[in-house]
Design a protein. Structure first.
Length: 214
């Protein structure tokens, strides 16, 4: 179902017809969602629409990459981001904490029965579970939940803290697109080293001479 260079409104009608309905019958599409669907389907790199529903679109791009779009109410955006950026093990650990309190946690929010306790922001969900906010990079269930309970989460390396970029190359190729200076270039040697090429086979006297100390 290639949609490139085709009239979008006609394509939507084609999709509806394939699903045995029409555009006016599409259920529970919230305000603004239909417009977003139009915008997504009109992207020039879309090659094929694999599926479309009231909460998601699945498509294949011209480079072969499959992309899935999910739609959430604003009240659930934070919990949705947590759900899709956390590993399976991390999400299970959070759900266990919710269950211990008689609550339920999923991509739509943190609930007590049918009452939404938190979900609009990631911070609101973590804080309701008595956790510090956990950055996506740490959501692997490798001790980050326990650290968040004790206020002992490690800091992440920020871009302005990076001082160098070590390029490891198998030949003397020129490093491209370096963002950081200074940098080091590690060029692999062709062939096996000989004994004379290995520093830790030298005597102290020889090392001192190499280092210019004698």
């Amino acid at each position: 179902m290639c949609i490139r260079d085709r009239d979008l409104s006609q394509r939507l009608e084609d999709l509806a017809e394939e699903e045995g309905t029409d555009l006016s019958d599409l259920p529970n599409i919230g305000e603004g969602t239909a417009e977003k669907i139009h915008e997504i389907l009109d992207m020039e790199d879309v090659e094929e629409v694999l599926g479309k529903g009231e909460e998601r679109i699945s498509m294949r791009l011209t480079d072969g990459l499959q992309v899935d779009f999910r739609f959430f109410e604003e009240s659930s955006l934070g919990s949705a981001m947590m759900y899709f950026t956390g590993s399976k093990a991390h999400n299970i650990k959070l759900r266990q904490l919710a269950v211990e309190r008689g609550w339920k946690l999923n991509e739509y929010g943190l609930f007590k029965g049918d009452h939404l306790l938190a979900g609009k922001s990631e911070e609101s969900v973590y804080h309701r579970l008595n956790l510090d906010w956990i950055p996506p990079e740490l959501r692997e269930d490798r001790g980050e939940v326990e650290a968040a309970q004790g206020g002992e989460l490690p800091g992440l390396v920020e871009p302005d803290q990076i001082r160098g970029d070590l390029q490891s190359r198998t030949d003397a190729h020129k490093p491209q697109d370096l963002d950081f200076m200074p940098y080091g270039v590690d060029v692999a040697r062709r062939g096996w080293p000989e004994k004379k090429d290995v520093l830790n086979t030298r005597t102290v006297k020889q090392l001192r001479k190499i280092m210019g100390m004698e």
